[in-house]
Design a protein around this ligand. Structure first.
Ligand SMILES: [Zn+2]
Length: 465
């Protein structure tokens, strides 16, 4: 190879390299121009009114606006969206933007659904104007498709005073969620954010599960917790809302054939309600066998913690026609507990019993008989105390139990016993045999209410009937 050839090859090599460099340069310029154009072009898209997209090199706006079946709501939505946009534009400082090259953002989305002839529209606006995170705004509208009018949460209540009940339940559900998340929310913050005023309940929805309440960030918890959504099941609010609640499908799964009886035949007879607290225990099965032999019905005020351990006994009690009441979950003095702790003691027990037999207990015996109006309001059950205390836990003596019953029992009596001790069971059965001879019938609390024709009042404490 000679010098000339070598030089030519070098030259060709340079030429190819040069062309590649030029091409890359052109590509870079073209892409820069395209990107810049794209950023600077303001695009107002598709449907001018319903979808707004604006992108510049300093900010972007993306808004989706829902249709509503109501003109007024449409107008309100438009006003709300415009207000968000104005707020956003005012927050932007163009000079600062240029320096920092920040991409400011406004995004508005919506969700719309229809349930029970109510159209719900929920809008959320996310605004980024610097700082650590987006600013969020929530706004909802509800339209009654039957009566053609805009409605709010209190329109679904039979009585406006029931709003307090919704607020209380929401508070408990949020605290429960806090526990689930292990986030230890501030109780006072939660209380403030769930208080019964309509501003706190702007975002809700009814569905098959119940009343869903949405608390946007900051309402009940810090931003880091995000939104908190709770469901208040219908069985807790069915008495206070003004529409037919959907059938609970879960309950249909558990169907226990119950050996109940017609209390009509017992009207006018002397009746006694024998009640057993603190169980079930390893003595309960024996008691159930004895009761079955004699065809006597009693009431068991069970502990949630024990009901969980003995589901088969709970099922047998129910199947045999006995009444199952609640004695709370862990037998604490309710007067020493916070509102949420009271709620948990009651609610956890009710859940366990419902999971076992398909229905919730309606009668509550507070541990030590300690209750007050506030506890009753939280529990929302009927309070059953007693007028014959056998002191069986103290005596642990069959004869002493027998004597206490014989001395004090009369028509309408509610007798307190514990199915934890053999002596209690034996003493009770002995007394019941004797009382039966005197013409007494043994009935459950529920049967006794029916036999005595007494209307149940959840604000009262019943010692006898
Ligand atoms: Zn007890």
């Amino acid at each position: 190879m000679n010098r000339k050839n070598i030089r030519n090859r070098k030259k060709r090599k340079l030429n190819i390299r040069g062309k590649i460099c030029l091409l890359v340069l052109i590509l870079i310029i073209v892409s820069l121009v395209v990107t810049k154009n794209k950023k600077q072009t303001e695009i107002t898209s598709l449907n001018e009114n319903k979808h707004i997209i604006e992108v510049t090199d300093t900010y972007s706006i993306k808004i989706d606006i829902p249709d509503s079946k109501d003109e007024n709501i449409e107008k309100e939505i438009k006003e709300w969206v415009d207000a968000r946009k104005t707020e956003f534009m005012q927050s932007i400082d163009n000079e600062l933007l240029k320096e920092k090259q920040m991409q400011y953002e406004l995004v508005i989305n919506y969700e719309q659904s229809e349930y029970n002839n109510i159209q719900s529209t929920h809008l959320v606006s996310y605004m980024y104007t610097g700082g650590n995170h987006y600013l969020r705004d929530d706004q909802s509208y509800y339209y009654d498709l039957v009566n053609n009018k805009e409605v709010v949460l209190t329109d679904f209540l039979k009585d406006k005073n029931n709003f307090k009940k919704i607020a209380q339940l929401s508070y408990f559900e949020v605290m429960e969620e806090s526990e689930k998340r292990k986030s230890n929310l501030d109780e006072n913050w939660v209380k403030d954010g769930t208080e019964a005023n309509i501003e706190n309940y702007e975002n809700f929805e009814f569905n098959d599960e119940g009343l869903n309440v949405l608390f946007p960030p900051y309402q009940v918890a810090p931003w880091s917790e995000g939104e908190i959504k709770v469901v208040i099941p219908y069985d807790k609010i069915k008495d206070i809302i003004n529409f037919e609640v959907p059938e609970n499908k879960e309950n249909e799964v558990i169907k226990i054939e119950r050996n109940t009886r017609d209390v009509e035949n017992l009207k006018g007879k002397k009746v006694i309600a024998v009640t057993f607290d603190d169980g079930p225990s390893n003595k309960t099965e024996y008691l159930l066998q004895e009761l079955e032999k004699e065809d006597w019905k009693v009431t068991f005020f069970v502990l949630g913690s024990r009901a969980k351990e003995y589901p088969e006994l709970i099922k047998k009690m129910y199947k045999d026609g006995h009444e199952i009441g609640s004695h709370t979950y862990s037998h604490l003095n309710l007067k020493n507990l916070s509102d949420y702790e009271i709620y948990k003691e009651i609610n956890n027990t009710n859940k366990i019993i419902e999971e076992t037999i398909g229905i919730k207990p309606q009668y509550l015996r507070p541990p030590y008989g300690n209750t007050n109006d506030h506890i009753k309001e939280i529990a929302d059950m009927t309070t059953i105390l007693w007028n014959v205390d056998t002191l069986d836990w103290k005596s642990r003596n069959e004869d002493a139990v027998y004597k206490e019953i014989m001395k004090n029992a009369s028509d309408g009596s509610i007798i307190l016993l514990h199915d934890l001790y053999q002596t209690s069971i034996d003493g009770a059965i002995k007394a019941m045999k004797e009382l039966e001879k005197q013409g007494y019938e043994f009935v459950t609390i529920d049967e006794m209410f029916k036999i005595k024709g007494e209307e149940i009042d959840k604000n009262k404490s019943y010692f006898n009937l």
